[in-house]
Design a protein around this ligand. Sequence first.
Ligand code: CTP
Ligand code: MG
Length: 193
Amino acid sequence: MTFIDVIAASVWLMLPAYVANPMAAVFGGGMPMDLGRNFRDGRRILGDGKTFRGLIAGTVCGLVTGIVQIGVAPLIAGSGVLAGWPFFRSALDAYSSGTVLVVGLMALGALLGDSAESFIKRRLDLKRGAMFPVADQLDFVLGAWVLTFIFASVWFKTYFTFWILVTVLVVTPLLHLMTNVFGFLIKVKKEPW
Ligand code: CTP
Ligand code: MG
């Protein structure tokens, strides 16, 4: 029970970031964020896979998800169905006490982390879409954590406890792989990773 409880709490806490990342792939396209320019090593700064539309649409989708969580958290908590779920119960507080700012930081942070990874990939001369194991699965998690740690540190430290952090690091790559294989099958993504 505790096992499922911690996983449910982790997914709930990460949901704005989990939604932001794939929605960038669904709605992305158009003008790249680096405006097509190269870095001083002669390679693209970020590449054509990081677009303004993806950044904005992904952030908005994550934000909307979080706002819905802020709205429903008190209802779920008040219903008493989570009596035997201490981790999930406390994760609910994160978004009922959390603000729209915190949710926005999670969503935007996810996409900035994803862009930071692309920057590193281009420096390593990895082409757009090339596989970069571990980083491909955790870039957006680190981005969401770094941004909330900087701008909402009390909130981050209160809710992202040690076991939540560990669980997110283990569960995210699995969820990410499942989402991307699905995205590949429905032709939203060009590669299944
Ligand atoms: N996407 C976007 N804008 C973003 C992030 C993603 O438009 N800020 C879209 C792009 O169409 C991208 C797709 O989502 O191709 C998948 O995202 P991702 O796997 O992160 O990009 P890659 O194409 O693999 O590029 P990179 O090698 O830079 O990671
Ligand atoms: Mg990719």
